[in-house]
Write a protein that binds this ligand. Structure first.
Ligand code: NAD
Ligand code: UDP
Ligand code: UDP
Length: 343
């Protein structure tokens, strides 16, 4: 880890602060937990691109080596197979803490493990951040608003969450993770950032992870019916992954703790989403209604005024532009299409 130590000292000096005129930004050592996952791997690409050195800590529960394999051999990249529920010793300047399954199917698979990951895993990463005085960013979720009674959701809304339901391991886990993050900030003076991420899609999502965009796209490509749960009138707001990654990096580098909603305010019913998928992939794709899951939030749409004002961030890619980029990647992974390019 000698090359990591070489980058210490002066690097930390400019974290979030203004880099003096004429001085190049110093490379940082950055830990990305969950960095072999969907969002994490795109973040890792950007961090390496700007010259930082990156350590990924991932237990590969829902992540895949494939997502980061293009960095193997890069001396600035290192992957450690490790479960954040266990303590770990590392030396870095910043920690992006993403480790946690995000698809309802995955986080319900072993709910107690999901809680441990969110609570013990986040505690460990905060303890690590405290010991090495690193800046810590938590990827929380719009699910902290539960089945919201306020629409769109503003960061000041405290939410409407069922504490004993099938989604609670995730919702309540993330709420506790936010609490821990603020307690380390207040108690240990740790520099922290909190992002509340709304539904995000893009290349490298697990093909069969059960989330609605990945399901519809894979189904349309395989000429299977699109499975709409319930009456299909529930809404979500879909953000393209590169917009999210830009928001996360702006949040980390900025001066504000948050929480910040990071999402695309473009709101769609599941039937409208199915229509966009039909228009993009196959106008003849059939729709099949299925029974909805328990405690499914009826609507969700971010109010992003705070991120716009304080981070100077807003998403740029609407669903109809982002979806084709994801379709190219899915087509290639499902059919092994030689002609398509991937992101
Ligand atoms: P993902 O499932 O693709 O990635 C999560 C990564 O964390 C995977 O690589 C997985 O192997 C790893 N992981 C899980 N448990 C772990 C553990 N105990 N120890 C170490 N690694 C572990 O999900 P994603 O969509 O990339 O989500 C990343 C983060 O963003 C998550 O914290 C998620 O809660 C949050 N988020 C995502 C969305 C979204 O729509 N994608 C929305 C809200 C919040
Ligand atoms: N921790 C870790 N790596 C470190 C420092 C701490 O994994 O470099 C873990 C540690 O094992 C503990 C948690 O983080 O379980 C919280 O640490 P902290 O020092 O805040 O609390 P304490 O150890 O006093 O309970
Ligand atoms: N959904 C659907 N068909 C599917 C998968 C999901 O209609 O094949 C619905 C689901 O009921 C929910 C919405 O799509 O209302 C978003 O679900 P997802 O699991 O993607 O994310 P969530 O926002 O619930 O975490």
């Amino acid at each position: 880890a000698a090359h990591h130590r070489d980058l210490s000292g002066p690097a930390r000096h400019f974290v979030g602060g203004k880099v003096p005129l004429g001085l190049k930004r110093k490379a940082l050592r950055v830990l990305v937990t969950g960095g072999a996952g969907f969002v994490g791997s795109h973040l890792v690409d950007r961090l390496l691109e700007r010259g930082d050195s990156v350590i990924v800590v991932d237990n590969l529960f829902t992540g895949r080596k494939d997502n980061v394999v293009h960095h193997f051999g890069n001396p600035n990249f290192e992957m450690i197979r490790h479960d954040v529920v266990e303590p770990i010793l590392l030396e870095v300047d910043q920690i992006y803490h993403l480790a946690c399954p995000a698809s309802p199917v995955h986080y319900k698979y072993n709910p107690v493990k999901t809680i441990k990951t969110n609570v013990v895993g986040t505690l460990n990463m905060l303890g690590l951040a405290k010991r090495i005085n690193a800046r810590f960013l938590l990827t929380s979720t719009s699910e902290v608003y539960g089945d919201p009674l306020q629409h769109p959701q503003v960061e000041t809304y405290w939410g409407n969450v069922n504490p004993i339901g099938v989604r609670s391991c995730y919702d309540e886990g993330k709420r506790t993770a936010e609490t821990l993050t603020m307690d380390y900030h207040r108690g240990a003076n740790l520099e922290v950032r909190i992002a509340r991420i709304f539904n995000t899609y893009g290349p490298r999502m697990c093909i069969d992870d059960g989330r609605v965009v990945s399901n519809f796209v894979a189904q349309a490509l395989r000429k299977e019916p699109l499975t709409v749960y319930g009456d299909g009138k529930q809404t979500r707001s879909f953000q393209y992954v590169s917009d999210l990654v830009e928001g996360l990096m702006k949040l980390m580098e900025g001066e504000h703790i948050g929480p910040f909603n990071l999402g695309n305010p473009g709101e769609f019913t599941m039937l409208e989403l199915a229509k966009v998928v039909q228009d993009t992939i196959d106008p003849n794709a059939r729709i099949e209604f299925r029974q909805n899951t328990q405690d499914d939030p009826h609507k969700r749409k971010p109010d992003i005024s705070r991120a716009k004002e304080l981070l100077g961030w807003e998403p740029k890619i609407p669903l109809r532009e982002g979806l084709p980029l994801m379709v190219t990647d899915f087509r290639k992974r499902i059919f092994g299409d030689q002609d398509s390019t991937t992101t």
